[in-house]
Design a protein around this ligand. Structure first.
Ligand SMILES: O=C(O)CCC(=O)C(=O)O
Length: 284
């Protein structure tokens, strides 16, 4: 999808932009099936996702279901979040010379399920450099303000990066951390709700404050997120073993700081490069 000058201007001014169509709606049934399989513990590739925070049978039914790096377990998820088209879209908005996946996020908020706390993505991911992040949030169901859709604070990408605070899943007051940051910045938060058809969504800057309320509607709110970083990132040596955490630290190479393309593939680069092994992985 080519971006208009309005999208580019909104991203720069507000720290996010929205699109009524990010993926082909014909792909939605396969993605809904992929969500069913992942949360039932069926990992078709034989590889488990990096983070499995909810499974049918053992997960708390009142919270939002979450899995990270579902692409490693399911090809329908992989074909979406590893697409060169999404990489190019991010390149267009950010001006980066290349785009690499940092992580995907598989989020399923059934009717009645609880909120996700406001945060800035970059505050949680300080272990690579350049530290920039840009995220594409794809709604797999039509979204509405009362259905726990994603919310952004306009212009909050210009506020200072704040230390992580509070919990992500089902905080008592999901806007509190953001409201404190707004007070520190001396502004009154201007909140925007993402309301799009299934297959549409939004793209946001790594510093933009965002979160989502309880799903007070009567339909599920499923979303697939691509968190992307620049293609030329490296691990930050001084953070080795400290801020990375045990999941992503295991992908460090023994001899240097380079990010391994097997685990963090390059989706698109201005010079035409894309991790070559992706085509074989995505084709079968
Ligand atoms: O879907 C949500 O409510 C939260 C998504 C999120 O935190 C993100 O896209 O970074």
């Amino acid at each position: 999808m080519p971006l208009s000058s309005t999208h580019l201007k909104q991203f720069k001014t507000d720290g996010f932009t929205t699109c009524r169509q990010l993926i082909d709606p014909d792909h939605l049934p396969a993605l809904h099936t992929a969500f069913d399989e992942l949360f039932q513990g069926r990992f078709a590739t034989g590889v488990a996702p990096d983070e499995v925070n909810w499974q049918q049978g053992s997960g708390d039914p009142s919270v939002t279901r979450q899995i990270c790096n579902g692409w490693k377990a399911n090809k329908a998820i992989a074909r979406t979040v590893l697409s060169s088209a999404l990489g190019e879209l991010i390149g267009q908005l950010t001006g980066w010379a290349g785009v690499r996946i940092m992580q995907d996020n598989v989020l399923w908020k059934p009717a009645g399920a609880k909120s996700l706390g406001y945060h800035q993505d970059s505050a949680y991911l300080p272990w690579f450099s350049p530290a920039d992040l840009c995220s594409v949030w794809i709604a797999l169901d039509a979204t509405h303000a009362n259905g726990g859709t994603l919310e952004f604070v306009r212009g909050s990408h210009r506020w200072p990066l704040a230390a992580p605070e509070g919990v992500f899943h089902a905080p008592k007051q999901y806007r509190t951390a953001m409201e404190k940051a707004a007070a520190r910045a001396g502004v009154s938060p201007d909140i925007f709700h993402v309301e799009v058809p299934a297959g549409g969504g939004s793209i946001h800057h790594g510093h933009t404050w965002h979160g989502s309320g309880q799903n007070n509607g009567n339909t599920p709110r499923r979303a697939l997120v691509l968190h992307a970083m620049q293609s030329e990132v490296e691990y930050v040596p001084s953070h080795f073993g400290v801020g990375i955490g045990p999941i992503y630290a295991r992908y460090r190479r023994l001899g240097d700081q380079k990010m391994d393309e097997n685990h963090f593939p390059i989706l698109w680069r201005k010079d035409g490069y894309r991790t070559p092994e992706l085509e074989v992985f995505l084709s079968d």
